[in-house]
Design a protein around this ligand. Structure first.
Ligand code: ADP
Length: 565
């Protein structure tokens, strides 16, 4: 098995089993064997499926989310990445969820919550005769706890904190990260309602409402609140937006109520106590060289979708659940999220520039195919194993029995794309030379994009001076002697107009029943009007959420374009 040096380093740091002295006792083959064996343990024909699952992972065609790779086969192995927990308006509720959060983080999972049920700061607390601290104070408590639990776990915990746009404390929430170094373990998103977007468009007033008694506490100009969101997103990257009405328009189980939150990176809207396990196909491997050109290998892709969907459905049965509420909610709906990584790499192999209509069309075509095959597989699994228990309550009843209430989800693949040695999720290449900071703590390995190198070699353009140029700038756009098609093909994230970032997100969201996690990366010079246009367009496009990041606007950046000077 051929893994990159970065992959091995990451596996050694966090994934391989270690003995009591901390010595690694596992090889990559043994890791994938351990996972395959455990996930196949719920099958009748265990050996057959173990081998299929093993091959799927060993070829790096598909990888499940990190907790599955880390914990499968271990006693009480918790395998899911995504959870949503309730935050009730009582001290008891707040702190019981805090405890659940700590357990989930310790196991490698991430948690999302909507804090909008909490009464605002300064509101009456009848039990004590005192006043409430408000949602923000409790978000800080959760953040601090996350910071401490992280030391025991394998990676730092991740949270999504949502506050609805009509909550009285919304202004404090929007500005919560204004100093830049606060709430580092939280992504913050404003829960947006369609009525608010219309109020902004028509420059109308907007009511803030106390959730305790439904009384209006304040009436403001919607546009003022919008401008505050935009200026903060410009300055710090937070808050993002979660479009709650759009999410609920596509909720497959509306009879169970409204969905109020997503997991930390936004790709899975979930009911309270639901969890979801994810997995990602590696598109850079779904290619074949035929008649002198590289093409998508649809047959391999179809096969991989089928085996991956079965894998993910098995995870629900083979999982160890930390709480009985999570087990019940998860097993009733059996949500899974099959997504992908290596999109930019696939495009480069096919010689299609990311910033082109052809790429956007190809994105739709690929995701439409993955979704269709995922649903076919879920239907076949329902025939074999029965539909998910809440199926009769779902929008699929009475026509189509399905094994899973949702099938697809596009995760950031922050770690598993390093293991698979490909580009993140549906993101464009961040830079042609970069170091991955934060993924491999303390390490700042310099990488030059291997697809770029091999392309340059094939064209006879690779030489020491090009290498040095790329190492010092991470880009080739300034090298005007290079053919323009080559430069266009290797445009990087900040060089790609935001319109194309958003069009890719829309293309994939169109055929993703859950959501798409994507960061719209922007140059440092981007102004607030542009951010406003991006956020508004995201809503008009029917996206479920939106996140921007303006280069240099926050201290902690996961990927940094390399700067040697
Ligand atoms: P990976 O590549 O490790 O499988 P992703 O970057 O695709 O993970 O993230 C998928 C989901 O996993 C996130 O949305 C979040 O729910 C969870 N997650 C990611 N990173 C962390 C973390 N450091 N701690 C806890 N949960 C995380």
């Amino acid at each position: 098995m051929k893994l990159s040096a970065n992959a091995i380093q990451l596996l050694e740091a966090r994934y391989f089993l270690k003995n009591t002295e901390g010595r690694i006792v596992e090889s990559p083959e043994q890791l994938f064997r351990r996972v395959a064996k455990h996930i196949a343990s719920v099958e009748e024909d265990k050996d057959f499926w173990e081998n299929r699952f093993y091959n799927l992972m060993a070829h790096l065609h598909f990888l499940p989310n990190s907790p599955t790779l880390m914990n499968a086969g271990l006693p009480n192995g918790q395998l899911s990445a995504c959870f949503v927990l309730p935050v009730e308006d009582s001290l008891e509720g707040i702190f019981s969820t805090l405890k659940d959060m700590a357990l989930i983080h310790q196991s490698g999972g991430g948690t999302g919550y909507n804090f909008s049920k909490l009464r605002p700061q300064g509101d009456r607390v009848s039990a004590s005769g005192g006043t409430s601290s408000g949602p923000l104070a409790f978000i800080k408590v959760y953040d601090t706890a996350t910071e401490q639990v992280r030391q025991g776990g394998k990676r730092r915990g991740a949270n999504m904190g949502i506050l609805n746009v009509d909550h009285p404390d919304i202004e404090a929430f929007i500005t919560a990260k204004s100093k830049g170094d606060e709430l580092q373990n939280f992504n913050l998103s404003v829960g947006i309602l369609d009525d608010f977007m219309r109020a902004v468009q028509n420059d109308e007033t907007w009511n803030l409402i106390n959730p305790r008694n439904n009384k209006v506490t304040k009436t403001i100009r919607a546009k003022e609140l919008w401008d505050l969101i935009i200026s903060q997103a410009w300055a710090t990257g937070d808050p993002g937006l979660i479009f709650l009405d759009t999410i609920n328009k596509h909720n497959p189980l509306p009879k169970l109520g409204k969905i109020q939150s997503t997991n930390p990176c936004g790709e899975v809207p979930l009911f309270e106590y639901e969890s979801c396990n994810l997995g990602s196909l590696n598109l850079s491997k779904m290619v074949k060289h035929e008649n002198g050109i590289w093409q998508v290998d649809w047959k391999t892709l179809e096969h991989c979708v089928q085996v991956s969907m079965r894998f993910l459905d098995n995870v629900i049965s083979a999982n160890h659940y930390l709480l009985s509420q999570i087990e019940t909610a998860t097993k009733n709906n059996r949500k899974v999220g099959l997504g992908l990584m290596g999109w930019a790499e696939l495009l480069a192999i096919l010689e299609i520039p990311y910033a082109s209509d052809k790429a956007v069309e190809m994105g739709e075509k690929i995701m439409r195919f993955i979704q269709a095959k995922s649903y076919e597989t879920s239907e076949a699994l329902a025939k074999e194993r029965g539909a998910f228990p809440n199926w009769e309550e779902s929008v699929f009843s009475p026509k189509t029995p399905l094994r899973n209430a949702t099938c697809n989800s596009i995760a950031p693949t922050g770690s598993i794309s390093v293991i698979a040695d490909t580009s993140y999720s549906i993101e464009p290449f961040y830079a042609l030379a970069y170091k991955r900071v934060g993924i491999l703590e303390n390490e700042t390995q310099l990488e030059i994009n291997p697809v770029f190198v091999s392309k340059m070699k094939k064209l006879g353009l690779w030489n020491e001076s090009l290498k040095n140029e790329v190492l010092s700038t991470g880009s080739i756009q300034h090298l005007v002697t290079l053919p323009s098609e080559v430069r266009k093909l290797f445009e990087t994230s900040l060089e790609i107009p935001w319109q194309y970032h958003l069009q890719h997100q829309r293309a994939f969201q169109k055929y993703t029943d859950n959501a798409v996690s994507k960061t719209i990366n922007l140059s440092h010079e981007t102004d607030t009007d542009t951010i406003s246009e991006i956020y508004r367009t995201a809503w008009e496009y029917g996206l479920k959420g939106i996140t921007v990041y303006r280069d240099g606007s926050k201290a902690n950046q996961v990927l940094q374009a390399c700067q040697l000077n």
